[in-house]
Structures are given as C-alpha cells and as structure tokens.
Design a protein around this ligand. Structure first.
Ligand code: LLP
Length: 419
C-alpha cells in the first residue's frame, strides 16, 4: 500500500498534487511519502511485536538523511555496508548500538571507524576479514562484536544479480565451513561472537525461501551450541519483495507468521534488514515528456529522466509502472519505448509499454522508485543528480537539493602544467 493516489484524475502524494511540486522544484525529481514510510516500518514493528527483535533498515536502498531520521525515530537501527553508510546513519541520529555492518570488502579505516563508534556487530564475510577485524580491535584495545555471514545455498528465486545466498555468489562463508570459522573466531582474543547472519537475496516474493533458509540456520545454531558457542542474535537479512507489476509478495505479517514459530525455540533476538520493503513503494520518480520520435519500427517517448537517475530497468530489465500525473479520458493508447536522454541504448524505463496518449510537456510518474533509485544514481553524461522531495500531509519539503553544475566538478583539480 502507498499514498500515491488519483484525486479528480490528478496524481497526489498524500494531500499534495504532484504537479504542484513539479512546478516548484522542476523535473526530474524523486518524491517520497512520509506516511507510506511510517506505515511500512510500523508494519514490521507490529508483525514482530512481542518477540525480541531489531529492525535494521538497509541504508543501501535509500540513505537520504530525512528518510533515516524518520525511520530512526520509529526505533529502526541500520544495516550498513560502508564507512559512508555509517557516517550517514550516525548523522541521522541512529543509535550505534543498533547498527550492523555487512559487506565483503571492509577496509581497515572503515573497520576502525565502526569499532570507534561501538556498533552492535560486524557481519563478517570471510576468514581474512575476521583476522583483520581481530587485529584492528587488538590494536585499538577493544573487542569487536561479530556475527559470521553464512551462505546457506538457497535459491531465493529472484533476479540472478540480486540473489546472494547461493554458493556461486561472493557473499558469506560457505555453510559447510561455517562451524570451523566460528571455532576460529571463538579463539581469537579480540573478537566476541554474538550472532549469526544470512541474507539470501532481494525482491523475494514468496515466504518459502525465508522459511527454508531460517530452518537451515536454526540447525546450524544448534550445532554451534553443541560446540559451546552461544549466539545472541539471529540475523535473517532483508529481501522481502514489493509489487512492481503483478507480484504478490508476503507482507511483513505473513512473513512473521511463517517464521515466528520457528524462532521461538531459538531464544535469540531476531534481526531483520529490510530495505526495499520499507522505501520501494514509498517513492516515485517524476519526469517530463520531452519529445516523440516515430520510426518505421519504433515509437519512442523521450523523457527528461535517464538511466543515471534510475538504473534498475537498464541493469535488471526491472519493470516499473509508468503513470500519467494527469489522467485523460482518452482511449487512445499507444505502445512506447520510454527512453531517457543518455547516450546509451540501454537507457530506457520501459519497452513497448502501452500508455495513454502522452503530449510533449506531460508529467509522468515512474512508480516504485523509492528503493535503489536515488541511491544508485550517478552523474553520468554530466547530469546533476536530481532533487529529492518528501511529502507530509498537505506539505512538501525538499530533502535534497538538485545538484548544480559547480557540484559536478567539485573536487576536480587542474595540474599546474595545464594552468
Ligand atoms: N541486507 C543485506 C546484507 C543486503 O545485501 C541487502 C541488499 C539487504 C539487507 C536489503 O535487501 P532488500 O530488503 O532491500 O531486498 N540494487 C538491487 C538490489 C540489491 C540488493 C543488495 N542487497 C535492486 O535495485 O533491485
């Protein structure tokens, strides 16, 4: 559910007309509903209410400071994957005691930063990383709380690029070797084993892979206990999918209903790392139609947003619904390739999509763009990153200014020999 709805044929975000925002901030821009974000985080909280748990929002989906602040105020912690993520989470007031840190390539300076800030735990992805964390903690005279990320080799039945828990993926420690790694960790002087972590993939639309992966993980926790290794936190990662087209993913309650009975025997605090399920449907990308171009074979609609603003269609052939900001009653539908201005044939938002007649200058909403939208955007083709706007009730706020040309070259230096 989300708060982008038509009122008198005009698209609104909560109580604000999208067209009014476009007039003020220009296009393209990302638009988020604070109410949808709140509903999504509360759905997770309610679903797991009564069971010891911590929701660590995955910053990578959308790390905007206002989004983080809003979720943090609801009690969310953070799943981070870099020093930059840590900086953002702390800046937004998220308690370091609720921050978990994953990623296969943590640098020494990032490890030190996280140790200094006393995060809840590192989700360790390899034996060498484990030793590096132990060394860093030793030199800093502290103990590093850790979980090992295990790779359960479970097919999450999603796009290959966003499946992470299969043995051919680079993530985590192979299941068969995990016990051995835990034994090593237990004997290291400067790490403290506190948990076990897994994340099997993203945009998962069935409960089954979660249940299977959790079952496997619980079996593993029993083996750990038998080996004298106690686990306080069981982190099952993120991955809950959303509806982009006609998917019917489980909602947080359905996920909770399926896994809570399994968890009860474990006696651990559950950690979840949802990203997309929180922000995905809470945001849209608003763009303006620039030109039509009809060829013998194709009917292109060229818009002012590009793959640098939202790369998901280009990268994963992801489907995003495209809606007119002002609906017309015309029955005149045409199939378009909706494309951006970038100099790449892969720069498209939709192929052969049937849309009601679009005129030059019309506004369009690319739906489901709140997760992995702005966060994966770039300056390719020297395009300033777009503005981000959040609606609360009948008001809207720019929560990130559109970049200007000076910002495009910020940090560039001309060597003296070319002065
Ligand atoms: N935890 C870990 C360790 C992760 O690697 C991820 C996502 C999450 C949590 C959050 O997953 P979510 O709940 O959002 O599915 N760019 C891709 C998605 C990449 C996901 C990477 N890891 C996309 O646009 O679909």
């Amino acid at each position: 559910m989300h708060d982008f709805v038509y009122k008198n044929n005009e698209l609104y975000c909560e109580d604000v007309a999208v067209r009014a925002i476009a007039q003020r901030v220009g296009t393209p821009f990302y638009l988020y509903s604070s109410n949808t974000l709140l509903n999504h985080i509360r759905a997770f909280k309610n679903a797991f209410n009564g069971a010891p748990h911590l929701i660590c929002y995955a910053l990578k989906a959308n790390p905007n400071g206002t989004v983080l602040r809003l979720l943090g105020r609801e009690g969310a912690g953070a799943d981070i994957v870099s020093g930059g993520d840590l900086f953002r989470a702390l800046r937004a007031g998220i308690d370091p005691g609720k921050i978990v840190y994953a990623g296969v390539g943590k640098r020494r300076d990032e490890i030190e930063y996280a140790l200094k800030m006393s995060i809840l735990m590192f989700n360790v992805e390899s034996g060498e990383e484990l030793l590096a964390i132990d060394r860093a903690a030793g030199e800093m005279r502290c103990k590093a709380p850790i979980a090992l990320r295990v790779n359960p080799d479970i097919d999450p039945r999603t796009h290959a690029y966003i499946s992470t828990g299969m043995k051919e993926n680079k993530f985590g420690i192979p299941f068969e070797q995990a016990l051995e790694y835990y034994q090593t960790a237990k004997d290291l002087p400067n790490v403290e084993v506190v948990g076990v972590h897994q994340h099997i993939g993203s945009q998962i639309t069935e409960v089954r892979p979660f249940v299977d992966a959790l079952g496997k993980l619980l079996g593993f926790v029993r083996n750990l206990r038998a080996a004298g290794i106690e686990i306080k936190y069981l982190n099952i990662g993120g991955g809950l999918g959303i509806t982009y087209k006609d998917e019917t993913p489980p909602n947080p309650q359905e996920l909770a209903d399926a896994i809570r009975p399994l968890l009860e025997q474990a006696g651990c605090t559950l950690i979840l790392e949802p990203g997309r399920a929180i922000t995905g449907n809470a945001g849209i990308l608003v763009t303006r139609a620039l030109y039509h171009k009809k060829t013998k074979d194709k009917n292109f609609l060229i818009v002012d947003a590009g793959m640098n603003d939202l790369i998901r269609p280009s990268l994963y052939e992801a489907y995003h619904e495209i809606k007119p900001v002002i609906e017309t009653d015309s029955d005149d539908h045409e199939a378009f390739d909706v494309v951006g201005p970038i100099c790449e044939s892969g720069d498209f938002f939709a192929k052969n999509r049937r849309l009601a007649a679009v005129n030059q200058g019309d506004l369009l909403a690319i739906m489901g763009a709140g997760a992995y939208g702005f966060s994966m955007s770039s300056n390719y083709n020297s395009r300033p990153r777009v503005a981000e706007v959040m609606v609360k009730g009948s008001e809207f706020f720019t929560i990130r200014e559109r970049e200007n040309y000076d910002e495009l070259i910020r940090g560039e230096k001309v060597p003296r020999w070319l002065d």
